[in-house]
Write a protein of this length. Structure first.
Length: 177
């Protein structure tokens, strides 16, 4: 009689162990499914957001739409371009007229030209270095007005150097011919 009770207690404990194991496996599976569901919801929300962004940008990129970045019609842009081209041609004609009226008479030697060219390159490198420094601060220097002024001065200096180079090249071309 004692032996059957031992077998019964072993079968109960085995059954309880199996049930507990199944319970833990089901609980683990449920947790995994909840995690997957959360990930899917996050992904769905991300996709909805991206879809809304795409709709928004598609609407903005259409020229005829109400919220367009380009509200002007193509004909208006074409007219503006044509007027700018005409103005540029007019300025070019004026420049040529000024060049023919007042030719540069100062002789320039090649050594002067080369030394000026080296100075120009040095100044251009300095400008590039300063631009890189501005980019390093992501365009947000401590004093914005001072930075704008320095940038304006540097650009003016660059334009002066470019004009000087052009005059020197013109003088060399005139002296050669």
């Amino acid at each position: 009689v004692i032996l059957p009770n031992i077998f019964l207690s072993n079968s109960y404990s085995t059954a309880i162990d199996k049930l507990l194991t199944e319970k833990f496996e089901v609980s683990r599976s449920l947790n995994r499914l909840k995690q997957i569901e959360d990930e899917m919801r996050d992904h769905l929300a991300s996709l909805k957001h991206e879809c809304n962004l795409l709709k928004h940008w598609n609407e903005i990129m259409i020229p005829a739409s109400q919220n367009s970045l380009y509200p002007e019609a193509a004909t208006t842009l074409e007219r503006r371009r044509e007027s700018l081209v005409k103005k540029a041609k007019e300025y070019h004609r004026e420049l040529e007229a000024l060049r023919t009226e007042e030719p540069l008479n100062a002789p320039v030697t090649i050594s002067q030209y080369l030394s000026q060219k080296e100075k120009n390159y040095a100044l251009e490198r300095e400008i590039k270095r300063k631009k890189a420094k501005l980019d390093a601060f992501q365009g947000l220097p401590p004093n914005l007005e001072l930075a704008r002024h320095e940038l304006r001065v540097a650009r003016q200096r660059q334009m002066e150097l470019i004009q000087l180079r052009e005059r020197l090249l013109g003088r060399i071309a005139d002296s050669v011919s």
